[in-house]
Design a protein around this ligand. Structure first.
Ligand code: FAD
Length: 303
């Protein structure tokens, strides 16, 4: 049953027509619990509040299924404008972006040019750019773009998904690159990915421990308190410097833990998605945690 529900929401998240129409609806179905706002101005205030508590942020100007170059150029220009704001407002904040937003599916060279323009500005301001990892069909191309831009820039990294069998090798290749470790949010086939929670969790813990023993910075991105507790013990037991890693969670999820981890002295970063392209992101969050369905019911009943 859990798998059916997950497949249902993942199916919705990939529905291009619904994604397109949802942009015109404004937030619906309780999405505002997990998507911070529709414009950068409102989100800037949220980042400032988090920064005051010692929590950093990563901003994701939501966008996917970009099918023409003008849309990708607009997304790139928006990200550069956000970099200006982060710099001028002196925010403790970096950027998370998806390469399909910048034209990966249209033309990889065009996507690389967009990334370079973003990285030029980000380097000028000393701001880190994280390339989010999408569905496996984009995986090789995403790593190709990353390796291309790494020849010229050092303020860029990506995400490793512990549900993929291959990640131990990829992590070895990326041993000098800042990485966010996640379980993986998409539906992938048995040919490339573990299907059971136990295997995915085991691989997450194994990869996290490997990374924590290295000097390169790692973002441990999970809401799973079992994993966080096990890693906390590992960190203390191995006297791992807290400057070497941070915990990351998504905006709106387990907010009390964002603050408690910070209070315990760990670096913490909140991932803040915003913008009108909220539908796919929100459906993936429902796929992960069908309990969030009650938000939809409340929205339908009370609005
Ligand atoms: P789950 O496996 O969903 O949950 C494990 C256990 O934790 C649950 O059984 C429950 O006991 C507890 N738990 C979890 N959530 C809650 C809650 N809200 N309230 C109470 N208990 C809870 N995926 C990608 O594929 N690409 C990306 O680029 C990407 N970036 C991400 C960035 C961040 C900052 C985060 C946090 C996630 C990202 N993801 C990304 C999503 C990720 O892959 C997972 O799909 C998602 O985080 C769900 O897995 P989990 O590790 O949080 O724990």
């Amino acid at each position: 049953m859990a798998n059916l529900t997950r497949d249902f929401f993942i199916g919705l998240s990939n529905n291009k027509i619904l994604n397109k129409h949802a942009k015109k609806w404004g937030f619906r179905l309780g999405a505002e619990k997990f998507v911070a706002g529709t414009n950068i101005e409102s989100v800037t205030e949220i980042v400032k509040e988090l920064n005051q508590e010692g929590i950093s942020a990563t901003l994701d100007n939501l966008g996917e299924f970009v099918a023409d170059k003008s849309e990708a150029t607009m997304a790139k220009d928006d990200i550069i404008q956000i970099l200006d704001i982060i710099h001028h407002e002196n925010l403790d904040c970096h950027i998370s972006l998806k390469l399909t937003q910048l034209g990966l599916d249209i033309d990889i060279e065009f996507c690389i040019e967009n990334m370079k323009e973003i990285l030029d500005k980000a380097s000028e301001y000393d701001i880190f750019i994280n390339i989010d990892m999408e569905k496996y069909i984009h995986y090789e191309k995403t790593l190709d773009v990353l390796h291309t831009v790494l020849k010229e820039y050092s303020n860029v990294g990506t995400v490793i998904q512990s549900y993929l069998y291959r990640v131990a090798e990829d992590l070895e290749q990326l041993k000098d690159v800042r990485i966010r470790l996640v379980k993986g949010a998409y539906k992938e086939s048995e040919a490339v990915a573990y299907q059971s929670k136990d295997d995915i969790d085991r691989n997450f813990i194994e990869m996290a421990k490997k990374r924590l023993l290295k000097d390169t910075f790692t973002s441990i991105a999970t809401h799973d308190h079992h994993i966080i507790n096990e890693l906390k013990q590992f960190i203390e037991g191995n006297k791992i410097s807290r400057d070497n890693f941070e915990f990351q969670m998504l905006y709106g999820f387990r907010t009390e833990m964002h603050y408690s981890l910070k209070e315990e002295g760990y670096n913490f970063c909140t991932y803040i998605p915003f913008g009108d392209d909220w539908f796919g992101y929100f459906m993936r969050r429902l796929a992960e945690r069908p309990q969030n369905m009650n938000l939809i019911l409340k929205d339908v009943l009370y609005t």
